[in-house]
Write a protein that binds this ligand. Structure first.
Ligand code: ARG
Length: 594
């Protein structure tokens, strides 16, 4: 039982004894004590005054007295206004430290028998991944790890939007201007090569529009009749008819893109259990639309297009099939959701997708519900905000979008320069040094993107992210490496980690460290409930910061009492373990030395 749970039990007993009232232990609200007061756990009396029939101060005083006399763990208390601040006995802290040290699975909550599917990344295949995808992938991966730690069985998936007009545009431009170029012949990553032709398409399209307008067409007509656009539309129709040449080209070009994506995922350190492809699911979506028509949830317009009317739900009318029978973005999502639930009967399915698609998911979930899909209630859109860059910094060559590969490469470069400058690689082989630069550069990037709550729009500051001080990945990584060095030193000195708890009286940073350590499972739960890696990021930072205070204020090996040396080494060991666990939930590697 955690300290918090024990306190809940004891306060509940106090209510029974003092006020003859049965208060359920789980209804006893305990919160962390504010920094300026003595104690670690605080019971707030205000909401219970009807029961105690006393003033807030008197209530706190009475419960505090009861606990001081009867509790096994409360040693002292103070009451500030209606806040009852409790001081836990040192031996309780010490035994909780020992418990968590011995528990290899510390922070892993028991299996809950529930399945959750997490969809993230889900790119289109017409261009490379960008900065927004980095935030997406890091959140998706981390949330998956956090949910596993919360006892869920997790399946990581994505939907690859591999068909449609966007990819046809790249195909047309490639056929016109590609001259048989391949990733090998041009020494270009496949996704970048395809992206190049997507940009090329747009340039040509604009030129054609200009020419048409110069020839006297109005701009709307010009935009609709530019020959290259008509070609792309023609290509899409050929693709839907399974025209062999078109399908072959499509396969070849998508194949190049997938190789490029895999390479980027590998660098990012993310992975997937299963890939779904829009080209497989969009037809299923059409079937679902048919079912919806027969059950009258959907209706057909005079022009043959299919719609759903969501006006009664405060939304608008939504198109599900165009008049020519081709499907839209929503159609494939209907098909994909259904197929997924058949493959893996999930209790929850989380879609990690940017907040520009908030409306889309609201509508998607509502349609599925109206179609009677019982899994619809378990769907959740984990919506995240945009990432901006300080202006002028690291813009890609084309302009506004920041390429993921370029950004990762830049981060590694900065990490290399910074680490060399600080001289943190003495005695490293070249290979070890390179590995460290990667761990730091990527750690800086991931941590910076994850420490902000997903819902918030954020500014990514590359140089700040890689500082070795402050709320950064490298600061935490460095703290981990420093503690690892202390543990190696302890080994050399044959320090045993077992200590005699009886004779130790805790110093404030020590008590605070143990308090933080014992909070870890609660943070895992909080992060899981809110789908928010930032909870873990903030926690690990607080832990690292507190360790640095401990290290600055107290000596480890300079201490005369060998029992205290052992205790401090054991405490350090527990801190590294939990830092490592927390960082692993964020997908960040912590180095053993630097
Ligand atoms: N490929 C889409 C895009 O880049 C994102 C897909 C999100 N997932 C989904 N199930 N709709 O905008």
């Amino acid at each position: 039982m955690s300290i918090e749970q024990r306190l809940q039990e004891e306060v509940s007993q106090a209510f029974n004894q003092l006020f003859d009232f049965k208060l359920k232990p789980e209804e006893v609200a305990i919160q962390p004590t504010r920094k300026e007061f003595e104690g670690s756990h605080t019971f707030v009396t205000f909401q219970y005054l009807k029961i105690t029939k006393k003033s807030p101060e008197q209530s706190g005083q009475a419960i505090g007295e009861y606990l001081r006399q009867h509790s096994d763990i409360v040693q002292d208390f103070n009451v500030v206004k209606g806040f009852l601040n409790l001081v836990i006995a040192d031996n309780v802290w010490l035994s909780s430290l020992n418990d968590l040290r011995k528990n290899e699975n510390y922070g892993q909550l028991p299996a809950n028998g529930q399945k959750v599917m997490v969809e993230y990344s889900s790119p289109n295949t017409n261009k490379p991944l960008h900065l927004g995808h980095l935030r997406n992938n890091f959140i998706g991966y981390s949330v998956s790890e956090i949910l596993k730690a919360n006892g869920y069985e997790v399946m990581k998936v994505q939907i690859v939007n591999d068909r449609g007009i966007h990819i046809c545009k790249s195909m047309v431009a490639y056929e016109k201007f590609g001259d048989g170029e391949t990733p090998e012949s041009s020494n270009t990553k496949g996704d970048h090569l395809i992206g190049k032709y997507y940009v090329k398409f747009d340039q040509e399209y604009k030129k054609e529009i200009q020419a048409l307008v110069a020839a006297g067409k109005d701009s709307e007509t010009a935009e609709k009749t530019a020959p290259i656009l008509l070609e792309a539309q023609d290509t899409l129709q050929k693709w839907e008819r399974r025209d062999q040449k078109t399908v072959d080209l499509w396969k070849k070009m998508n194949g190049w893109v997938y190789k490029g994506f895999d390479d980027t995922y590998h660098k990012m350190g993310v992975d997937f259990d299963k890939y779904y492809y829009e080209s497989d699911t969009y037809l299923l979506g059409k079937d679902i639309v048919d079912q919806g028509l027969s059950s009258k949830v959907l209706y057909r317009n005079d022009d043959g297009s299919v719609w759903i009317d969501l006006e009664e739900d405060g939304l608008d009318k939504k198109l599900l099939l165009r008049s020519d029978g081709t499907s839209v973005y929503m159609t494939q999502d209907l098909g994909t959701a259904d197929m997924r639930h058949q493959d893996y009967p999930f209790d929850k399915c989380i879609y990690v997708v940017g907040n520009e698609q908030d409306y889309h998911f609201k509508v998607l979930f509502l349609i599925l519900k109206k179609l009677g899909k019982d899994f619809a209630d378990g769907l959740h859109h984990l919506s995240y905000g945009m990432v901006d860059l300080p202006s002028g910094k690291m813009k890609s060559r084309e302009g506004t979008v920041v390429d993921a590969d370029e950004l990762i490469a830049d981060m590694l470069e900065t990490a290399t320069a910074k680490t060399k400058e600080l001289g943190k690689i003495e005695g490293f082989t070249t290979k070890q040094a390179t590995a460290l630069y990667e761990v730091l550069g990527l750690g800086a990037l991931k941590y910076f993107l994850l420490k902000v709550d997903p819902k918030k729009r954020m500014l990514f500051n590359p140089s700040e992210s890689i500082e070795f001080q402050g709320n950064t990945g490298p600061f935490i990584q460095y703290t981990h490496a420093r503690i690892a060095a202390i543990l190696r030193r302890a080994k050399e000195l044959n320090v045993v980690e077992d200590f005699n708890a009886e004779s130790i009286s805790l110093q404030s940073p020590e008590r605070e460290l143990i308090r933080l350590l014992s909070e870890y499972p609660l943070k895992v739960r909080e992060a899981g409930e809110n789908y928010s890696p930032s909870v873990i990021a903030q926690y690990v930072y607080d832990l690292a910061k507190e360790y640095n205070r401990f290290y600055a204020e107290l000596s480890i090996f300079g201490e005369e009492d060998q029992n205290i040396v052992s205790f401090r080494v054991a405490l350090s060991g527990a801190v590294t373990q939990v830092i490592k666990k927390g960082m692993t939930l964020l997908g960040i590697i912590v180095p053993e030395r630097m």
